[in-house]
Design a protein around this ligand. Structure first.
Ligand SMILES: C[S@@+](CC[C@H](N)C(=O)[O-])C[C@H]1O[C@@H](n2cnc3c(N)ncnc32)[C@H](O)[C@@H]1O
Length: 311
């Protein structure tokens, strides 16, 4: 076993105080901002290293990943290198431990998720949203929920598990929606309560408005930058388009309904983000936001979130 850097050992000790690393299926961030050259998430039996580097890891580095993986209670690792800090998803490299699975399952908030190694920078679940997903689960009973920018459908799965009457999962990418179907089925959640829509989020919301379709809860967690599709192939930029989209979401809410808004846009602080959402009108409530494992003293969390409620 290679000796681990002190900061990595401290990070593990901190996680052990708050999370059960003996749980073979646990999902937890193991390295957040403790080491500025990378992050590491554990998804059950696999540690996933997000490297901010332009070359594949040297052998000594790989041995370090192996030691850290074992010390964290996992068995395999994947290292996904992001050149340019991930701004260009096409630029990158991927390394893995011998025998590491290409797809596997892990548990978050008692729900199972499928993780996949060949899907880009992330294996399919953003752990900084764990507490926000738990919030959605708590607020979903009997509700009609719209999950915009659904990706692998994790917020929709949380809503279904919380007893939502109906969930609409929206993403421009059909393969991600297929993955969302797999995640719902893995949890035995009835497909009769879910609708999948491979369309631009702005078009979907405008269509609901036109048809008078209403929701009790909407999750709006867009990428900082995303390409539209079909009739709306206009690029989505958080700093330019978020306020307008949330404003339109507000128009398709039932009285007392909520929009959980979040983003990872580096150019905004939480205060600036909240000011943008507050400008839309309605009441602002705090959302749980990033959990213990995705925060570091003195480093503002990248994830910004809040709840807009229609009173
Ligand atoms: C940051 S992820 C969203 C994460 C997701 N909310 C979650 O809980 O894991 C971005 C997702 O938005 C989708 N997307 C990007 N632009 C879109 C658009 N204009 N309309 C709908 N989906 C879009 C992408 O395909 C991708 O799956």
């Amino acid at each position: 076993m290679n000796p681990l850097p002190g900061t990595w050992q401290d990070a593990l000790a901190h996680r052990r105080r708050h999370f059960d690393l003996q749980d073979p299926d646990i999902c937890v961030r193991l390295l957040h901002a403790e080491d500025l050259s990378l992050r590491c998430d554990r998804f059950g039996s696999v540690c996933w290293f997000y490297e901010y580097a332009s070359g594949a890891p040297a052998e000594a580095r790989q041995l370090l990943y192996e030691s850290f993986t074992r010390a964290a209670g996992a068995h395999h690792w994947h290292a996904h290198g992001m050149h340019d800090r991930g701004r260009d998803p096409q630029l990158g490299h991927h390394t893995e431990s011998p025998g590491a699975p290409r797809s596997w399952h892990a548990t978050e908030n008692h729900q199972l998720f499928e993780l996949r190694a060949a899907s880009g920078q992330s294996p399919g679940l953003f752990l900084d949203q764990r507490d926000n997903r738990a919030w959605v689960r708590q607020h979903a009973a009997g509700a009609r929920i719209l999950n915009l920018f659904a990706y692998t459908g994790s917020f929709g799965v949380a809503a279904l598990a919380g007893g939502a009457l109906e969930v609409v999962q929206v993403d421009v990418s059909p393969p991600y929606l297929d993955w969302a179907r797999v995640n719902a089925a893995l949890n035995g959640l009835s497909s009769a309560r879910v609708e999948y829509s491979a369309v631009d989020a702005r078009l979907l919301v405008a269509g609901c408005h036109k048809k008078g379709r209403r929701f009790d809860g909407i999750i709006c967690d867009p990428p900082s930058f995303g390409r539209g599709r079909g009739r709306n192939n206009r690029v989505f930029r958080v700093e330019r388009d978020l306020a307008e989209l949330v404003h339109e979401c507000r128009a398709i809410l039932e009285p007392g309904g909520w929009v959980l808004v979040s983003c990872n846009f580096e150019g905004w602080s939480q205060a600036r983000f909240e000011a943008v959402v507050r400008g839309i009108g309605g009441t602002i409530e705090s959302a749980p936001g990033a959990g213990q494992d995705c925060r570091a003293a003195g480093v503002p969390p990248l994830l910004k979130s809040c709840v807009l409620r229609l009173t």
